[in-house]
Design a protein around this ligand. Structure first.
Ligand code: PHE
Length: 338
């Protein structure tokens, strides 16, 4: 009986352990095959007949007590352990999220895509051409002979004799007509270069969108209808266009094209310099000499062409006051168009 008391005392001490690992050891120590409680049963044979039952009962009680206490303690310790884990994994859902830095298309790329989409919807194909051009495609084939004064209008970057950075997208007109037979209905958007002094509306690197349509019975009204349709889709249904006589060697007649100011709706403001109109670029009926240069019979086919400034389109549509902003890569500017 004394021994039972002692073992119980020892057990009460050891059960206080705070670790599950320790508790397992305590379990073996008392209940294992060579454990303290199991050992007690062996002493039974030394007890007298009359005591045996009583002592046996007591040992059994001790055994159940130890078993129950251990399993209760195990549950407690497991609960504590679980709470510790949960505390570590706790997520504060009230914290603001982590913002991912994302890139975006440059505003000019976006505008070029918009322009492309509009013309695609009108049945145009999209062409490209090289930025490094020959004198032939950029000037000669476009009816601009070597000593023609129009060459001075387009101060050219020469890379070698007769090799240059294209000053306009019009050479793509020639490349297209050399490659495809009429009917032709294309646009070409691309980068152009001119030795211009930089200011808020001039940049030595800029973009143009060129249009070319060649077919039978193409007239100036086809040109007007096409540009008006594009203008309405790009700038709004109420926008008007205006043609005024102008000269480009590769068209006849040639016209400067303007749209009604989208800011003041034609009333006159700072952006349109109080004229009510915004200049967009040149246009006209393809010159017979140009058609002849690509072996298209001007008696059978006519065509129109136009070349508008892409930066101009973007500046007007998005209220961008200075052409230099497109190339400065200032994130404060770029991010506004993400
Ligand atoms: N290429 C001309 C320019 O850069 C614009 C233009 C294109 C004019 C097509 C007429 C026809 O100024």
């Amino acid at each position: 009986m004394k021994e039972i008391e002692e073992i119980k005392k020892e057990f009460e001490e050891k059960i206080k352990t705070k670790s599950i690992e320790e508790l397992k050891k305590v379990e073996t120590h008392f209940l294992g095959r060579k454990g303290k409680v199991v050992d007690l049963f062996k002493t039974l044979k030394n007890a007298t007949e009359e005591n045996r039952k009583n002592i046996g009962q007591q040992i059994n009680d001790l055994k159940s007590y130890v078993e129950e206490t251990i399993s209760k303690r195990l549950k407690e310790l497991e609960e504590i352990e679980k709470n510790k884990l949960l505390a570590n994994e706790r997520i504060d859902i009230t914290l603001p999220g982590i913002r991912l830095e994302t890139g975006g298309l440059h505003i000019l790329s976006k505008v070029m895509k918009e322009v492309e989409d509009i013309f695609l919807s009108m049945g145009f194909d999209v062409m490209t051409g090289p930025e490094i051009e020959s004198d032939y495609y950029n000037f000669e084939a476009l009816n601009i002979p070597e000593f023609h004064p129009a060459r001075d209008m387009q101060d050219t970057f020469y890379l070698a004799k007769k090799i240059l950075l294209r000053t306009q997208t019009s050479p793509i007109q020639i490349r297209t007509m050399e490659k495809y037979k009429p009917p032709i209905r294309i646009i070409a958007i691309g980068r152009c270069y001119r030795r211009d002094a930089i200011d808020s509306s001039h940049s030595p690197i800029f973009h143009q969108v060129e249009g070319l349509v060649i077919d039978k019975n193409v007239s100036f009204s086809s040109l007007k209808g096409t540009l008006l349709e594009f203008t309405k889709k790009m700038f709004g249904e109420e926008t008007k266009i205006r043609f005024s006589p102008s000269y480009f060697p590769f068209v006849e007649p040639g016209a400067e094209t303007a749209i009604s100011c989208v800011i003041c709706k034609g009333k006159g403001c700072r952006v349109c310099k109080y004229t009510g109109w915004l200049e967009m670029g040149g246009s006209g009926m393809v010159h017979p000499n140009v058609l002849k240069n690509v072996n298209i019979d001007p008696e059978e086919y006519q065509g129109f062409a136009f070349g508008w400034g892409v930066e101009r389109i973007a500046m007007i549509k998005y209220g961008i006051p200075d052409i230099r902003m497109f190339l400065q890569n200032d994130l404060r500017f770029l991010e506004q168009f993400k």
